[in-house]
Write a protein that binds this ligand. Structure first.
Ligand code: FAD
Length: 211
């Protein structure tokens, strides 16, 4: 198998017109190295590309695929990159509200497939992140006995670069997560980076005053 190809095209270098996609594909990711991904988004996007290349598109596979699961209507996750339990992790959690659930996320997006919804959300996301980042600087971080129901877990490689992200009850932020993986760099303060995911939004809402 060729060491460095990110084409979902030929499995054996002496064959042509042989296409592979989805679970069966092994491919070279320029940032994360050789990969084999067993997830829905990868299967859909690589399958579509294999079909396009069969008709002459000749495009490499560059999609950083994500995956998700809902563990019921109240708890779900979205993840991307290397989320390997042998890697060092840093988690940043925040208080969740009722809207931080997979049920609400799919109702709001109107999309059955998260990876489609995420593309649309990515455009809105960037502007919202900047706003949340400055506002979150003033958010309270005390909160004894509070329920921290949403958060971001960063997966770091041996060089402390972010190579994977797991978002618990944080939805439609894959555009940002994908950008972080693509940048392939270290961060001095991952709590600051987590703020870009708007996880402190609810903490900024003033509590109702008793009448
Ligand atoms: C229980 C379970 C839960 C999962 N949960 C998630 C999840 O929450 N999120 C997520 O992103 N992914 C999840 N996945 C993974 C996801 O389903 C797979 O990555 C995806 O379906 C792979 O698609 P594929 O087309 O590559 O392979 P498949 O869907 O396996 O399709 C391969 C097809 O080829 C057929 N086939 C096999 N051999 C032959 C042959 N010789 N001739 C003709 N046909 C053949 C098979 O019958 C099958 O229909 C889950 C998988 C399982 C099993």
């Amino acid at each position: 198998m060729p060491e460095k190809t990110n084409n979902v095209i030929v499995v054996f270098s002496d064959r042509s017109n042989l296409w592979v996609a989805g679970d069966a594909a092994s491919f070279y990711d320029p940032v994360l190295g050789r990969r084999r991904v067993e997830h829905h988004d990868h299967a859909v996007v690589s399958g579509r590309l294999a079909g396009e290349n069969m008709t002459g598109a000749g495009r490499p596979y560059t999609h950083q695929s994500m995956f998700w699961s809902d563990l019921g209507p109240e708890v779900g996750y979205e993840a991307i990159g290397l989320v390997d339990s042998s890697l060092q992790t840093v988690g940043v959690f925040a208080k969740a509200s009722k809207k931080d659930s997979p049920k609400v996320a799919s109702e709001q997006s109107g999309e059955a497939m998260r990876s489609d919804a995420e593309e649309e959300a990515a455009q809105k996301e960037e502007a919202a992140s900047a706003k949340a980042s400055s506002a979150a600087a003033s958010a309270s971080t005390s909160g004894k006995d509070e329920k921290y129901g949403k958060g971001v877990i960063f997966y770091l490689n041996g060089e402390n670069r972010v190579v994977g992200l797991l978002l618990w009850n944080v939805f439609s932020r894959m555009g940002l997560a994908r950008k972080i993986i693509r940048e392939n760099r270290t961060y001095e303060d991952l709590a600051e980076l987590a703020k870009l995911f708007n996880i402190h939004d609810e903490e900024l809402v003033p509590k109702e005053q008793p009448e």
